[in-house]
Write a protein that binds this ligand. Structure first.
Ligand SMILES: Nc1nc2c(ncn2[C@@H]2O[C@H](COP(=O)(O)OP(=O)(O)O)[C@@H](O)[C@H]2O)c(=O)[nH]1
Ligand SMILES: [Mg+2]
Length: 198
């Protein structure tokens, strides 16, 4: 019953927006947030040139060093707090703090650099956090189908895979609704390390 279902869901839900470097996480949080997104971007410097692979995102001038934060009211009684994670592996030590109390995660993927998603997917699988994959179609080019991406990433059948445009608010809302429905199906419990959503 719909009313019973909403009773079980906390009003403020913490969602992670994760994925490799330059995949569109900051863009996604910015395009959907009702508040000015908190960003912690730093200008990319030559010092990071060996570590930060810019192939495919040559126009990228900044990088997220701690997190992006945004908020969206997705239904009258459901507010999502979005936490974008830093993309580079060297910041993964921050993830446990970010993941605390989260209900689920969107793993963004770029089909030109799909291998960048493996670590992230592995992290959520090990943690038992419900996640979905959102393929950011740069410039609207749907070069692969969701089914192809599912196979390439070796995802289980129940993991939602959708194509999206991180710059489009409606597209991002669809992604978040897909994740929310998936979380509800999976039981909707906050991530396991004892922190409540804040
Ligand atoms: N053309 C195009 N550019 C995009 C799209 N999404 C992100 N970008 C650009 O790609 C770069 C990386 O995006 P960003 O959100 O910073 O990636 P992040 O490292 O995952 O936070 C930025 O220069 C964005 O403006 C898209 O859908 N199409
Ligand atoms: Mg970013």
């Amino acid at each position: 019953m719909a009313s019973g279902r909403s009773d079980r869901v906390p009003q403020a839900l913490k969602i992670l927006i994760a994925g490799g470097f330059g995949v569109g996480k900051t863009t996604m949080v910015s395009s959907v947030s009702e508040i000015s997104p908190l960003r912690t971007e730093e200008v990319l410097t030559t010092a990071g040139a060996d570590t930060d692979d810019l192939a495919g995102v040559e126009g990228k001038r900044t990088t997220t060093v701690a997190m992006d934060f945004g908020r969206i009211t997705i239904a009258p009684h459901i507010v999502l707090y979005l936490f974008g994670t830093p993309g580079q592996d060297r910041f993964m030590f921050l993830w446990e703090e970010l993941a605390a109390g989260s209900l689920g995660a969107v793993v963004m993927a770029d089909t030109r650099r799909l291998a960048d998603s493996f670590n992230v997917i592995d992290y959520f699988e090990r943690r038992g956090t419900p996640f979905m994959v959102a393929v950011n179609c740069f410039d609207g080019v749907k070069s692969h189908t969701a089914t192809q991406v599912r196979h390439a990433l070796d995802l289980e059948q129940h993991v939602p895979v959708v194509l999206c445009d991180a710059r489009e608010r409606e597209s991002v809302k669809e992604v978040l609704i897909t994740l929310l429905e998936y979380i509800l199906k999976s039981g909707g419990k906050p991530s396991s390390n004892g922190h409540a959503p804040s």
